[in-house]
Design a protein around this ligand. Structure first.
Ligand code: ZN
Length: 212
């Protein structure tokens, strides 16, 4: 079975999904073998014999987010919150993603905060939401916006803030080779955008964590 089959929630496949479903694991392994030949390797030597299937399976894991429906992850909410309307913050969520330009690792942490209106969600769901977007080809700016936008659209909170700090291996390992440089991105919606105190409260938590 193709590991990238569409999420079960949608019955009608898109054009991209129809193409995905037509590609077999053997096709992917053959493509990886082609790359090995092209770089000057012998795909038949002992050390590389299993590499196409190993790399194919690694890709299934790195890009498993395409099989997840991020909005669906957040649909199971708790409404009996006894009027809780303070900030909920999940700190330092570790993630590993890949840049869409070079397939290079992007490794970092996400901080997510929201102030609920009626609905809260289990904290493990917020971590899974990060995974669903991280396990795709990404740019950090878009991933940050996607996480915040999905929380806003599904939970309809008073506001949401997302900060991501990550190291991009395409910066540290190739090109300009700037080791240890972090890219910091953020997206603030609702009261996190409109209220400087709310935003400050969240950002000071992010800042504290960063200096631990
Ligand atoms: Zn890159």
């Amino acid at each position: 079975m193709n590991a990238f089959a569409r999420p079960l929630t949608r019955l009608k496949p898109s054009e991209a999904e129809r193409q995905t479903e037509a590609i077999s694991e053997e096709d992917v392994e053959a493509a990886i073998r082609t790359i090995l030949l092209w770089i000057g390797e012998d795909p038949e030597r002992d050390g590389l014999k299993e590499t196409p299937s190993r790399l194919m399976r690694a890709f299934q894991e790195y890009f498993s987010g395409y099989r997840q429906d991020p909005a669906l992850i957040l649909t199971k909410t708790f409404e009996e919150t006894d009027g809780y309307d303070e900030m909920v913050v999940l700190r330092r969520i570790l993630f590993q993603s890949h840049c869409e330009h070079h397939f290079a690792p992007i490794i970092g942490h996400a901080w997510i905060a929201y102030i609920p209106k009626h609905r809260v969600v289990g904290i493990s769901k917020l971590a899974r939401l990060v995974e669903a977007y991280a396990k795709r080809l990404q740019i950090q700016e878009r991933m940050t916006a996607q996480i915040a936008n999905t929380i806003e659209a599904v939970l309809k909170p008073q506001g949401v803030g997302v900060v991501i700090k990550a190291t991009h291996h395409c910066m540290t390992a190739r090109g300009i080779k700037k080791e240890g440089a972090d890219l910091v991105t953020s997206r603030m919606l609702g009261c996190f955008r409109d209220n400087a105190l709310t935003r400050q409260e969240f950002l000071s938590m992010v800042h504290q964590d960063h200096h631990k």
